[in-house]
Design a protein around this ligand. Structure first.
Ligand code: FAD
Length: 262
């Protein structure tokens, strides 16, 4: 997985999305970002190791999407090697997913989907309020959850062309995906479906899925400390404030310790 803003400046991506005129220097910098994305995807294709492009802020996402589909067209001819990320907290995202599927079908390539709920809810709301446009995020957690689970169902329904990686610590969504696979008669280790959690988070979910034979990846954040710390802090806050998955995990560990002590 990689963040495109780790390969170039987000200011340039924002200008590209806003269709602002770039200076010659900015055009050259944007070309370098595209070249780096291409190098990563080409290497992924050569080694046949899937690569997943992260989703970021909605005001820089369009150029990231464009690059992702450009790469899929090139490298996903036989199977999904390049994956784009769909943030299901955005109210337009189920539509975007269907669209991406139709474009893939039209150009006859495989669609790689990394499905997440989305990490920048507060930032999105703040910018929308400041600039006076409607908040692009669903009005409730339930609406995000419903969209996420519908998205999973859409991917499994279209498994002939779609591979999906469920990037989530939500117990129900992970379980729901196993139910969908079972309903569709898919083997637990079908290469078109992956589950992913962060290293050190929701091990109860990852380990149980892996034990049952599902494909599981642990995501290891890597990068300069000033970029990785805010990332980890966001995850830590999310996991203690929302739905309490982390405290649930701690509760399970305590229960197991008690059981072993007898
Ligand atoms: C492997 C992996 C890769 C990831 N990659 C990305 C990425 O590329 N881009 C990215 O943005 N995030 C990414 N994330 C983070 C992800 O988007 C979530 O922020 C995080 O996983 C928490 O959501 P959850 O599905 O685990 O479950 P939960 O804890 O059930 O859901 C929390 C999420 O629900 C949504 N939510 C909460 N309250 C509300 C509300 N009131 N209204 C609407 N929605 C609400 C928010 O998205 C919040 O983060 C990744 C996570 C993982 C595990």
């Amino acid at each position: 997985m990689f963040k495109t803003t780790g390969l170039g400046s987000s200011e340039i991506l924002e200008k590209v999305q806003a269709k602002s005129v770039l200076t010659a220097e900015e055009t050259a910098a944007f070309d370098r970002v595209k070249m780096r994305v291409e190098q990563i995807c080409q290497r992924a294709f050569e080694t046949q190791v899937p690569v997943l492009m992260d989703a970021e802020d909605s005001w820089i996402q369009n150029p990231i999407d464009d690059m992702a589909y450009e790469m899929m067209k090139k490298y996903n001819q036989q199977k999904a090697i390049v994956f784009n990320t769909f943030q299901m907290y955005r109210s337009d995202m189920l539509g975007n997913l269907r669209n991406a599927f139709h474009v893939a079908a039209m150009h006859n390539y495989f669609l790689g989907v990394k499905m997440v709920r989305g990490a920048y809810m507060e930032k999105e709301a703040e910018r929308a309020a400041n600039l006076g446009y409607p908040n692009p995020i669903h009005p409730s957690k339930q609406a995000t959850d419903d969209a996420f689970n519908q998205g999973l169902a859409f991917c499994v329904d279209n498994k002939q062309r779609v591979s999906v990686l469920c990037g989530s610590h939500n117990e129900y969504s992970n379980q729901y995906l196993t139910i969908l696979m079972h309903k569709h008669g898919m083997k637990t280790n079908d290469q078109r479906v992956w589950f992913a959690q962060l290293l050190g988070m929701s091990d109860n979910i990852s380990f149980n899925l892996a034990k049952a034979g599902y494909n599981v990846a642990k995501y290891v954040p890597y990068g300069p400390v000033e970029s990785v710390m805010p990332y980890l802090l966001r995850r830590a806050t999310e996991n203690t404030s929302v739905a309490g998955q982390s405290s649930r995990e701690l509760g399970l560990i305590r229960k197991e310790l008690k059981r072993r002590r007898g």
